[in-house]
Design a protein around this ligand. Sequence first.
Ligand SMILES: Cc1cc2nc3c(=O)[nH]c(=O)nc-3n(C[C@H](O)[C@H](O)[C@H](O)COP(=O)(O)OP(=O)(O)OC[C@H]3O[C@@H](n4cnc5c(N)ncnc54)[C@H](O)[C@@H]3O)c2cc1C
Length: 462
Amino acid sequence: MTAERAPLGDDLIAELSGLLGDRLSLSAAVREQHGRDESYHHPQPPDAVAFVESTDEVVAVVKACAARRVPVIPFGTGTSLEGHVAAVRGGVCIDVTRMDKVLAVNAEDLDVVVQPGVTRKALNEHLRDTGLFFPVDPGANASLGGMVATRASGTNAVRYGTMADVVLSLEVVVADGRVIRTARRARKSAAGYDLTHLFVGSEGTLGVVTEITLKVFGIPEAILAAVVSFPDLDGAVNAVIETIQLGVPIARIELLDEVQMDACNRYSGLDYPVQPTLFLEFHGSEAGVKEQVATVEALCEGHGGGHFQWSTRPEDRTKLWQARHDAAYAAMGLQPGTKPMATDVCVPISRLAECILETKKDIVASGLIAPIVGHVGDGNFHLVLLVDPDDPDDIARAHALNDRMVMRALAMEGTCTGEHGVGLGKMDFLTAEHGEALGLMRAIKRALDPDDIMNPGKIVRV
Ligand SMILES: Cc1cc2nc3c(=O)[nH]c(=O)nc-3n(C[C@H](O)[C@H](O)[C@H](O)COP(=O)(O)OP(=O)(O)OC[C@H]3O[C@@H](n4cnc5c(N)ncnc54)[C@H](O)[C@@H]3O)c2cc1C
């Protein structure tokens, strides 16, 4: 999508340079890097990139842009997948990576306060000696601000929830430069509209997140990870459905189809059978984990699941989950020169097998290479459609496959995106998903950002 772009005025550049010095970049390479994410979407660079170091600087940049109706695009680590950071109308990108401090660890309350540029891995590194951990783990080492903004999740969400569940409070600089705090540090509150959850998933379209209070969790006494292969996809998915329906408090239950397993074996130097496979992890007390394992082993066996391969040592578990997190990069290796159209849908768990199996038939008919991988315990799965971004036929076939997958998920009362978010890529599905409610979302956007300067052209068209 291209839209009207006006060059930045000299007065704005002078004001921002006066504020930030050489932390305001107009370099083509830096702008290019900030207009792209990790997907097939064509990069659309901003006109300038502001490397901010404090909330006050964010306020000053937003106010300067607001006064001239210049777009502002917040930027974390640029790992989003739906064209989220593309500067469709140009403007100033606010890069928050230098706001990377953990401000407080309140161990007794099981929460932390962080700046938005802290990445999920940096937070866990910081927490290493406290006995606590932060569970939300998108495959990329994303910034926590970006994860708030995309309402991210990952492999642990089935047990610990998504960003929607772990954010307690946010500090946000809104479109006119005001700084607001959405809630206090209390675990629950019934005091007024839930602004925290309005900003979680707002993709930079309502404000810039400058501080985040997050729940953290105690590292469980016992952790066991395993891999189990199945003769067919049907068996693997049904084993997952029964595990969830029985209420087993499993920490991770991830599906990789045979195409993805082949890719992971090659990319990560593994030698698992090239079959539909589940990666599992159990958390709890020693006795609790034993009980969970016995139940899940029996369920898997009932669906033809073979021998469990266990990883008990932390380093083996890290290797296993790194391979899972690298699945998208592994998939790209199947057809060098392509870019991933990584798309995700999420359906109620009882419809998961049907949705995945119909999608698999569709992939075969399309002739595209598109491994299936998913956080299936949540009813969420991804296709990594490998496309040549410069080949319109490839893109058209991939879009057609994606459209059918999304419409299938919606027909099953699911959603067009379980975790990647809307960006540019999923905007056209929101009417089908939300109907009248989309009008209300548009009204909220207009009320909070009347000049449409905050990451314009994303989520809702105004
Ligand atoms: C290999 C790979 C695997 C992935 N796996 C998963 C997965 O399992 N689950 C999942 O949910 N996602 C996954 N993703 C997608 C991606 O990691 C997430 O969307 C992540 O949350 C983006 O964070 P970021 O810091 O890179 O944000 P960016 O890409 O920089 O920005 C994303 C959006 O957030 C906005 N934003 C960024 N920072 C702020 C801020 N401080 N205030 C307001 N708005 C802001 C931006 O304007 C943009 O709209 C994966 C991506 C890759 C490349």
